[in-house]
Design a protein around this ligand. Structure first.
Ligand SMILES: Nc1ncnc2c1ncn2[C@@H]1O[C@H](COP(=O)(O)OP(=O)(O)OP(=O)(O)O)[C@@H](O)[C@H]1O
Ligand SMILES: [Mg+2]
Length: 358
């Protein structure tokens, strides 16, 4: 005899293609009625114009086809009521009802996610490039990785990933990050019409940063990189308030004055008491016919690491300008190899296991 349980068991492995959770768990199976060996099944979608309607429809039909003894079925796709949608969102938020003031799961004291802020003493040394490429290298090694582009005014992460025309999917007020090269990305870029300048100041910055946690469904991630704005200002303090356990990666170039950079970064690290993971020296040398040319001088990264009493983790070679739209280096390029090595070191330092296969 066909039972409701048997049908729900068959439907349980079917996932909402966007949020990757079971449609049964998300409360999307509204109704199952059985008459003999026939079933009427009603599945509800978050919004009526759900772009993934066909995918859900065919996945559900396929799953129903596997129920032993079920000879025929009628499948109806409907739209959620406000109440159902609220349950859906509460499942996404880890079961916390919306009307309670919630600490987003990522910000809870027992969060399993590691935070790394990528900072520098000065602008233009390659923080965003390093953030993007390190994130991709970590993802290539099986880590679940996200990036928050914390450079609210000067966002450049979407440009580096070539996803400037993408928008996060919105389910009511909950945003799904844009995914590129296996990395989940949120940036102010996605919320600014026509690249108009952003003029929020002071407290708004912290609020925006908080929204990037509270309003975004990150799912389970191992490491979240924060691309910091140039300088060591307000944002560093906001990040410290939200993420007291965040660690820092300092980017420099060979020609920067190590003592000067160390003084700035050191003050910031003191104020925030963040652990510094190490220094990344970017644009270290240009390699031509197997020979390294130190165009911008030598030793800046090492001196800075010494000043900050930390380690020089990596020297990233200078690259020829990338084709527009994609600032992510392929794995086999000298830069790609350097980032793979850096990702291994950072992964080890954070003591997080890769989650390949999940
Ligand atoms: N290893 C490299 N080889 C060649 N060009 C590079 C390298 N790293 C970064 N660049 C280039 O240098 C410029 C500045 O890099 P990026 O935007 O990452 O720096 P930033 O520190 O984030 O800057 P800002 O302080 O403005 O946020 C970009 O045009 C980038 O493509
Ligand atoms: Mg930048």
């Amino acid at each position: 005899m066909v039972t409701r349980e048997a049908i729900l068991d068959a439907l349980r492995p079917v996932q909402d293609p966007e949020v990757h959770k079971s449609i049964v768990e998300l409360g999307m199976v509204r109704n199952v009625e059985i008459t003999g060996d026939h079933a009427n099944v009603e599945v509800v979608l978050t919004i009526s114009g759900c772009p993934l309607r066909n995918k859900i429809d065919s996945d559900v039909r396929e799953a129903l086809g596997t129920v032993a003894g079920l000879k025929s079925f009628d499948l109806k796709l409907g739209t959620m009521t406000d109440e159902e949608r609220s349950k859906f969102r509460s499942v996404l938020r880890g079961g916390v009802p919306e009307d309670q003031a919630v600490t987003p799961a990522l910000l809870a004291p027992d969060t399993q996610t590691q935070f790394v802020a990528v900072a520098s003493g000065k602008g233009g040394v390659g923080k965003s490039t390093v953030t993007a490429n390190l994130a991709v290298a970590l993802a290539r090694q099986g880590y679940r990785v996200g990036i928050i582009d914390a450079d609210i005014y000067g966002f450049s992460i979407p440009g580096i990933f070539g996803i400037g025309d993408k928008k996060p999917t919105v389910i009511d007020n909950l945003l799904l990050p844009v995914v590129a090269h296996g990395v989940k990305i949120i940036s102010m870029h996605f919320f600014v019409p026509d690249n108009r300048p952003v003029i929020w100041r002071g407290p708004m910055l912290g609020k925006m940063l908080r929204n990037f946690f509270a309003e975004v469904h990150w799912g389970d991630i191992d490491v979240l990189l924060l691309d910091m704005p140039p300088g060591t200002g307000d944002m560093a303090l906001d990040i410290h308030q939200l993420l007291p356990k965040s660690k820092e990666l300092i980017v420099t170039t060979p020609q920067q004055n190590a003592t000067e950079v160390a003084a700035r970064v050191g003050t910031m690290a003191l104020q925030t008491q963040h652990q510094i993971l190490g220094v990344v020296e970017n644009m270290s040398f240009f390699e031509h016919k197997g020979e390294k040319h130190y165009i911008f001088g030598k030793g800046g990264g090492e001196r800075l690491a010494l000043e900050l009493k930390t380690e020089l983790l990596s020297q990233i070679p200078l690259g020829v300008a990338q084709e527009s739209g994609d600032g992510i280096y392929a794995p086999e390029t000298p830069q790609g190899l350097a980032y793979a090595h850096l990702a291994k070191t950072v992964g080890r330092q954070l003591e997080i296991g890769a989650t390949t296969g999940k």
